[in-house]
Ligand binder design. Structure first.
Ligand code: AMP
Length: 611
């Protein structure tokens, strides 16, 4: 006879409660002991990597204390690391940066020389990423109860991957995570119970992936308690896809059969487990989507939704009005702050306003240091630019996690378990408060970025070079661009880059529209690979637009900027305009506009690998 269990199994609710409590306790513990945890993390990283080439090259002879570390190692950028990264990419398996084998490269949306930066990573980093994810729902459940009783409709996607010459996979961090067993083989958990079956997320064809995720989300519409995507731009793209495809989707729901364009057998099988003929649901969706207004479409189609889980901090804040419109003002929740280099922290007050979001850095994730940033007061429109390399004094200015000051801005510098040492991430953060001893940061901006629509990040130098390349097309007409500026137009879906050009014309021949279209394309061809991928593969960025403005427009722009307080002596044409009165001046003087006629060239992987 089987033995009776000694203890009755715990009901599922108790288990969940226990797990939540443990996660919150973990946050309490590591934030209360932030400095001790940081000291331990640094010692761990330095002792296990004591013999790697990078640390020896810089003269750190096995010391693991903060003082030796700070005295010996330089604060670096990606460019400093590039020769080592190239060796690893080419197949050098010796311990250059890390004693653990580099398992793959994570391709950052930050670029260097027009190509994605390659961040080395090791297998165990997946555990750290999973740990950070595991904190999000326990935090959320403190504010929104009963989320375990339904599902999350998240639009999640993988992107193409490439192989380095040495055979390592190179792909974005989320693609790596979704393809890992941590995600694919996750045990049942009500908090990772999504409407999208794994097969729909793991399909590299973005049309099939989006279509099938929406279909599954619609079929399970009553169960959905939260909706989201990683970034706001991705979520809005899903709504636009629905606007364009709801009739097809309704047909599938009405008949219980899948659109023949969905050819991936794994997706078809997974969707068929969910899709049943449901004419009533199809009628309901048709009625809602056929309505002239799409205001509140999220709450109309998914009536039990409590919040929209998307990042709307940083450049993504430009999407807040659109999200408010579609979601009828549901809370917009930014849960975490992360990058390819390292996952950083979580938002402990997720229902706060987007403008008040702060992220608490989790001290076990990496060793964090902070470089004070001093900006001109009131220069909110000035992109932050900093010297490429730091002098000795600046290196000494770096402060530790627990020593940052309330209200002060800092650039984030990390030392990771995977082999980055005192690496400048490129983000500027402001201290908004503290959770125990651990600071909480507002995300201020990414250094130098002037234009961004999705995950693309275009800086002033890239823009300048791209405009310069396009000018070749105007030379035969004896025309030059006397002044230019730019704008990220997110009123279209997807958003697109707009350049305002004021021309100086010396020739008498009129310039045909096709020449300006060639200019649009030439700018796009010159922009970095993340931008071009967004145009070609993800379709997350629309065709670039050039607007020609009347002569004298940029003088008016200057007058206006000065009337708002800019200094006459120091006035420089801003290379990107966000301030509404300035945009109004530009838009009111447009004489003609042109769009890029086709997509620029883009192939997965680094340019040099395809040679
Ligand atoms: P990637 O290296 O492509 O993964 O991009 C990481 C970068 O995205 C970060 O360094 C930030 O600039 C930006 N980012 C990530 N999470 C957030 C967030 N919650 N708010 C604002 N920006 C973010």
């Amino acid at each position: 006879m089987p033995e009776a269990p000694k203890q009755a199994p715990k009901p599922a609710d108790d288990n969940l409660h226990d797990k939540n409590r443990k996660a919150l306790q973990f946050i309490e513990d590591v934030t209360a002991n932030a400095d001790e945890v940081q000291r331990r993390v640094l010692a761990e990283i330095l002792s296990r990597n004591a013999h790697v080439e990078y640390l020896r090259r810089h003269g750190l002879d096995g010391q693991t204390d903060r003082e030796s570390f700070k005295k010996t190692l330089p604060v670096i950028t990606y460019e400093d690391l590039q020769p080592d990264v190239t060796r690893i990419a080419n197949g050098d398996k010796s311990p250059i940066l890390c004693s653990h084998p580099i398992s793959e490269f994570l391709t950052s949306s930050g670029t260097s020389g027009g190509e994605r930066k390659l961040m080395p990573t090791i297998e165990e980093e997946l555990n750290r990423r999973s740990l950070l994810y595991s904190l999000l729902m326990p935090v959320m459940s403190q504010y929104v109860p009963n989320l375990e009783k339904g599902k999350g409709m998240y639009f999640l996607f993988i992107k193409s991957e490439a192989k380095t010459p040495g055979g390592l996979v190179a792909r974005p961090v989320l693609t790596s995570y979704y393809k890992s067993s941590h995600f694919k083989e996750r045990p049942y958990d009500p908090y990772t119970n999504y409407t999208s079956p794994n097969e729909t997320i793991l399909c590299p064809d973005s049309y099939q992936s989006m279509y099938s995720q929406l279909l599954c989300g619609l079929c399970q519409h009553k169960e959905v308690l939260r909706v989201g995507a990683v970034f706001a731009s991705g979520f809005i793209r899903a709504i636009r896809f629905l606007e364009n495809h709801w009739a097809l989707l309704c047909h599938d729901i009405r008949t219980g059969s899948i659109n023949p364009e969905i050819t991936d057998p794994a997706i078809r099988e997974a969707v068929m487990r969910i899709l049943k003929p449901d004419p009533k649901l199809a009628d309901f969706i048709e009625a809602e989507c056929g309505n002239d207004s799409w205001g509140g479409i999220i709450t109309r189609l998914w009536p039990n939704t409590k919040y929209v889980d998307v990042i709307v901090t940083g450049t993504m804040s430009q999407y807040i009005p659109t999200l408010d419109y579609y979601s009828n003002g549901l809370p917009l929740v930014c849960t975490m702050y992360a990058s390819s280099e390292c996952y950083f922290g979580v938002n402990l007050n997720p229902l706060c306003k987007p403008s008040e979001v702060s992220y608490t850095l989790i001290p076990t994730m990496a060793y964090f240091e902070f470089l004070p940033v001093h900006r001109n007061n009131g220069a909110a429109n000035n992109p932050i630019s900093m010297p490429k390399s730091l002098n000795e004094k600046e290196q000494r200015d770096l402060v530790d996690l627990v020593d940052v000051k309330l209200g002060q801005e800092y650039e984030l510098v990390v030392t990771t378990h995977a082999g980055l040492y005192r690496y400048r991430v490129g983000d500027v953060l402001r201290v908004a408060g503290f959770k125990n001893k651990a600071p909480q940061f507002n995300f201020i901006c990414r250094k130098n970025v002037v234009l961004s629509i999705d995950s693309d990040k275009t800086d002033e130098v890239e823009l300048q070079n791209a405009v310069k390349n396009a000018l070749n097309h105007l030379a035969p007409f004896d025309a030059i661009v006397a002044e230019y500026t730019s704008y990220a137009d997110t009123s279209t879906i997807p958003g697109h880059y707009v350049l305002f050009w004021e021309l100086s014309l010396n020739g008498s021949n009129p310039i045909p529209p096709s020449v300006f279209e060639d200019c649009c394309l030439a700018v796009e061809e010159s922009l970095n690979s993340v931008y071009r991928q967004g145009r070609v593969s993800d379709r997350s960025i629309g065709p670039l637009e050039i607007k020609i403005v009347e002569p004298g427009t940029f003088d008016k722009l200057m007058d206006c900027a000065i009337s708002y307080g800019a200094s006459i002596n120091q006035y420089k044409t801003p290379r990107c305009v966000k301030f509404a009165p300035l945009l109004e001046i530009l838009n009111s003087r447009v004489v003609s506009k042109y769009f890029s006629p086709k997509c620029p060239k883009w192939v997965p992987g680094h340019k040099q690998w395809s040679n």
